[in-house]
Design a protein around this ligand. Structure first.
Ligand SMILES: NC(=O)c1ccc[n+]([C@@H]2O[C@H](COP(=O)([O-])OP(=O)(O)OC[C@H]3O[C@@H](n4cnc5c(N)ncnc54)[C@H](O)[C@@H]3O)[C@@H](O)[C@H]2O)c1
Length: 380
């Protein structure tokens, strides 16, 4: 069986999540590719020492160049703050490695463009993270749309909602400061997750009116003082997309301050003949709408069945975050090996770049208070 050696740069929240998925790779049934996490780089020694729990890891380093010089590493997963994406992604590619990037795939449009162009030039396999669509519910949403059962699409709503920032006493961190997370703020944090399925279905918005909000502008700095919290907390993107020559409203919500929501990802698509909606708030439930002599919402209880990659987990058991994250990694490894076989794939560099064209237009729309046309082209 083929084996892929993985390195991680940035061993924080997401680095650990990836390590945990790789460590139980044997749970996947139908993917004839082994993976092994062999090297981790982080500038924080405390973070690095956690990886002593992972028996396959041979190299723990604070120097990413040491990791990139390791000829046995095939793929590098980079999970770093956004202002570092461009430099590290470009260096990973130049070192001859394939890249599993984290969103937002660069701190801004210019960075995303440079990363995509470098990937194209060097012919490396590059995909970007977005795991929620790998749950059975979103997979069924995609199938409903592709089946044509919805008739003419009337409206699309999608979003990703958090609420931990509602606590004004939560100390500042890099995700709440423009210099680290970028001017796009919450759009960079949550937007790729929201756009993955719409863009995969070919729904590239043509016009946008953005509502952006900075709600809490100062936070404790963790040293007894206060620090500026200058990112957008919430974004509501009112967009318009052309589907079969009809202009259709598509509303995209990305919110760090959505009362009552911990990590709620949702999508709703309504058509003249049918509809479909799914939210991780009710992780097992798929809602489908049918119109006949009466109008029906049908609730289907989903289990593990419907994951793109079958695993040892029983079909009736409910999935969670670690499961969809592992499915996303499986999709990356399978597609890289030419084994995706029609299954849903990770965000492509082109999709990641397109998300930046949308966020860039959103900033213009908000700053000028205008309805902006979105142009999907820019040279480096
Ligand atoms: N896919 C998802 O659901 C999801 C969720 C959260 C975050 N993310 C993304 O993952 C990335 C990382 O976010 P996180 O939440 O893991 O952040 P984090 O702060 O928990 O981890 C980042 C790690 O990078 C390390 N680091 C910083 N500078 C470094 C450098 N120069 N070299 C090596 N290590 C360095 C830090 O010490 C830290 O351990 C971001 O792009 C973020 O948007 C994705």
């Amino acid at each position: 069986m083929k084996k892929v050696n993985i390195g991680i740069i940035g061993g924080g929240l997401m680095g650990k999540e990836a390590a945990s998925s790789f460590a139980r790779w044997f749970a996947i049934n139908d993917l004839p590719v082994q993976v092994e996490l062999t090297a981790v780089c982080d500038v924080n020694q405390e973070v690095l020492s956690w990886y002593r729990n992972v028996p396959s890891v041979k190299l723990l380093t604070t120097d990413y160049k040491e990791l990139l010089a390791d000829e046995e590493i095939d793929v590098v997963y980079v999970a770093l703050p956004h202002h570092l994406h461009k430099q590290y992604y470009l260096e990973v590619l130049t070192a001859g490695k394939d890249l599993l990037a984290e969103k937002p795939f660069g701190v801004d449009l210019e960075a995303a463009l440079a990363i995509k162009n470098q990937a194209d030039r060097l012919g490396r396999f590059v995909r970007c993270s977005s795991e929620m669509p790998f749950l059975p519910g979103p997979q069924r949403v995609v199938k409903e749309v592709e089946s044509g059962r919805l008739g003419q699409v009337i409206e699309i709503k999608a979003g990703f909602l958090h609420s931990s920032d509602l606590d004004p006493d939560k100390p500042i961190n890099w995700k709440r400061q423009v210099s680290f997370c970028g001017e796009i703020g919450v759009m960079g944090d949550l937007g790729m997750h929201v756009l993955h399925i719409p863009l995969r279905l070919g729904w590239k918005p043509e016009r946008i009116y953005a509502q952006l909000q900075k709600i809490i502008t100062q936070r404790p700095d963790g040293k007894g003082g206060m620090a500026e919290c200058d990112t957008w907390n919430n974004a509501t993107l009112n967009t318009e997309v052309k589907i079969a020559d009809n202009l259709v409203p598509m509303t995209l919500e990305m919110k760090r301050m959505a009362p009552g929501e911990t990590n709620t990802w949702y999508i709703e698509i309504m058509g003249t003949e049918g509809g479909v909606k799914y939210s991780t708030k009710d992780i097992k439930t798929l809602w489908t709408f049918k119109r006949s002599n009466e109008q029906w919402w049908q609730r289907t209880d989903l289990g593990f069945k419907g994951m793109p990659f079958t695993t040892i987990t029983g079909a009736i058991f409910e999935p969670g975050f670690p499961d969809c994250f592992m499915q996303m990694l499986a999709a990356y490894i399978a597609e890289r090996a030419g084994l995706l076989n029609g299954r849903f794939g990770c965000v492509t560099p082109e999709e990641a770049l397109n998300s930046h064209y949308i966020f860039d237009a959103a900033l213009r729309s908000f700053n000028n208070q205008t309805l902006e046309k979105i142009t999907y082209f820019k040279t480096e």
